[in-house]
Design a protein around this ligand. Structure first.
Ligand SMILES: [Zn+2]
Length: 435
């Protein structure tokens, strides 16, 4: 069966590249992946998977950082103009672009194994540099200000190729397969609402994969990842009262000063002996004019922690400081959570199996067991939930030559990674569900 898998993937090579390039040309950022999700749903339905979509796949009350109604409408129309299936887009009301697809295998009862793929692009304007391959070969982004600059176009292409291969071999597998296509990974907003809707219910095994990242070169494979930072993203608004800055400053309540006091003090939160933490006020704005006491101020902030408990420490300290700074300047405040995820560590069991499979694939010339991530990726949220229920999970990074760093406007990757990632995931599913 080993060679059969390799041959199947050889046959999928052309469609992998075509799919990746089509998605690259039509990128969509978080919660606006209408066209991308409609392509995924259409294909999976055709392959015989049972779909869960829209409000059933994404808990709407848990959605964070959702674009305005006007922006959603504009992006929905763009998706339709670019060929999205109207009936499928209809189901994604309010930006609920996540979906999962189930397939019962024919080889008898067994565990449920899930694979997760992220759908979204970045808010980056792709370069028009003539030497940039997507420009040269006609698949550069046609959507202004949006670009697949992290490789998620490749992830979706791999996901669909894996779906096709697994559908063809389902009678040689036991248990069931769940393919999760998650929106809004950037800003770690998509996993939480999908978990809340039940995407990890009954899942015994879950795997995720990223092209590049710490697997910097072709031939690199990082079999497991740990040290995903837990993180929380907040929008904070302070409200005070405007007044004439010359004639009656005492009548004002200065919201900008409250925000400034909060900013400097949050950056002075005592570091924790339990491990690494981060806090950043990444954006601060407020006020209306030179001679007006500022009646409002806005901060975009994030905290991170090596563990969820450490991140909780940072958020509770930040909350206390915001409250105190508002009280000090007699202002009110509002905190809106716009993103967040748990920390995580890949299970040893999966790491060992990925490692064993990689050793049988000659394309992997530099196999690294476990790597510390030191950043956030909301797959860790799904992985932690599956592990909390006694399951196993793992996150794989697969190397590819790249033209620039992730999220850079010159980003592109060597498409040879597409069949390689596809083959690895099929083998991993066979390893767990082989009848
Ligand atoms: Zn990414």
């Amino acid at each position: 069966m080993g060679d059969a898998i390799h041959n199947t993937v050889e046959g999928l090579k052309k469609s992998l590249v075509e799919c990746r390039r089509d998605l690259h040309k039509h990128p969509e950022s978080g919660w606006t992946e209408f066209r991308t999700a409609s392509i995924v749903a259409g294909k999976l339905k055709e392959l015989g998977y049972t779909l869960t979509m829209g409000a059933e796949a994404v808990s709407k009350k848990d959605m964070m950082g959702v674009p305005s109604e006007a922006a959603l409408k504009e992006h929905r129309q763009r998706a339709l103009a670019q060929g999205a299936d109207p009936a499928l887009v209809e189901l994604m009301e309010g930006g609920a672009t996540g979906l999962w697809a189930d397939l019962a295998c024919g080889g008898g009862p067994g565990p449920r194994m899930a694979l997760r793929f992220d759908l979204d692009a970045n808010d980056v304007q792709e370069t028009d540099d003539a030497a940039h391959r997507p420009a040269q070969e006609g698949f550069a982004s046609t959507n202004k200000g949006v670009m697949h600059a992290c490789g998620h176009d490749g992830h979706v292409a791999i996901g669909l190729a894996v779906a096709e291969a697994l559908a063809g071999m389902k009678d040689q597998l036991k248990g069931s397969i769940r393919l999760i296509f998650q929106p809004a990974e950037e800003g770690v907003r998509g996993a939480g609402p999908m978990v809340a809707a039940g995407c990890c219910d009954g899942v015994d095994i879950i795997a995720g994969l990223h092209i590049g990242f710490q697997a910097a070169e072709k031939g690199d494979l990082i079999c497991g990842t740990k040290g995903f930072l837990a993180t929380t993203k907040w929008d904070v608004t302070f409200n005070g009262k405007s007044a004439h800055a010359g004639a009656a400053p005492e009548e004002g309540k200065n919201a900008l000063l409250a925000a400034c006091a909060a900013t400097t003090n949050m950056h002075a939160i005592a570091r924790h002996s339990g491990g690494a933490t981060r806090i950043t006020v990444g954006k601060l704005s407020g006020g209306q004019g030179r001679n007006v006491i500022p009646p409002e101020a806005f901060m975009a902030i994030e905290t991170r922690g090596m563990t969820s408990a450490l991140n909780d420490y940072m958020t509770s300290e930040a909350r206390r400081i915001i409250e105190a700074a508002a009280a000090m300047w007699d202002c009110s405040y509002k905190i809106k959570v716009v993103g967040g995820t748990k920390s995580g560590e890949s299970s040893e069991d999966m790491l060992a199996r990925v490692q064993a499979i990689a050793k049988t694939m000659p394309a992997f010339t530099n196999i690294i067991a476990m790597q510390d991530f030191g950043a956030s990726e909301d797959f860790s949220h799904m992985m932690a939930v599956v592990q909390e229920h006694g399951g196993v999970g793992g996150y794989i990074q697969i190397g590819a030559a790249r033209t620039a760093g992730h999220h850079n406007d010159h980003f592109d990757f060597d498409e040879e990674v597409l069949p390689l990632g596809t083959e690895l995931l099929i083998r991993l599913v066979k390893e767990y569900l082989g009848a």
